[in-house]
Design a protein around this ligand. Sequence first.
Ligand SMILES: N[C@@H](CCC(=O)N[C@@H](CS)C(=O)NCC(=O)O)C(=O)O
Length: 196
Amino acid sequence: MYSYRRCPYAMRARLSLYLARIEFSVYEISLRDKPEHMLKVSPKGTVPVLILGENQIIDESLDIMIWAFSQQGIMDKYLPQDKKKSSLSLINTNDTSFKKNLDSYKYSSDDRKKVDAFKKCLDFVSELDLLLESNEYLLDDSPLMVDYAIFPFIRQFINVDVQRFKDVGLKKIYQWFNRMLSSNEFEHIMMKSKIS
Ligand SMILES: N[C@@H](CCC(=O)N[C@@H](CS)C(=O)NCC(=O)O)C(=O)O
């Protein structure tokens, strides 16, 4: 898999392969100097790119997750039918509006824009915090695809300014974040080894 260690999309893909116990080699790329072969097999130039064979690649992180779960017959465990619609809807909000606001929060040099983006991000994060009133994880008492898919982005959001986030007082999501952060699976996929 062509990957980039700190990319949240690549993290969710690596997490799903780890959960499915699928062995894979990680080829860590530089986003500024992408390998020719990667661009040849996936011209859109984003990571992760999972190479299954000569003419078979998967270059969307959610498709990699779904492929990994289906390979091992653990789709029902991580994306149960009765939670499919709500899982995909949360992931979609994460990948569209939340990601856009997260980028403005992270990269804006204008303080007013930054604060505005932070508040917009909080709308989604508060929604997640509310879900955690009912379960240990977002939609269940054990982590599902939705937790693994969203966590890397919430991690980025909190890490921009941990104190600013803590001052808001969203305790449940902060506990969830710490639980996901210290999980074996996250520690494993962040290890600096080439082979997983
Ligand atoms: N929709 C893609 C998005 C992947 C994506 O945008 N990855 C970023 C890194 S976090 C990337 O490769 N960007 C290309 C670049 O920066 O040149 C997916 O889910 O796999």
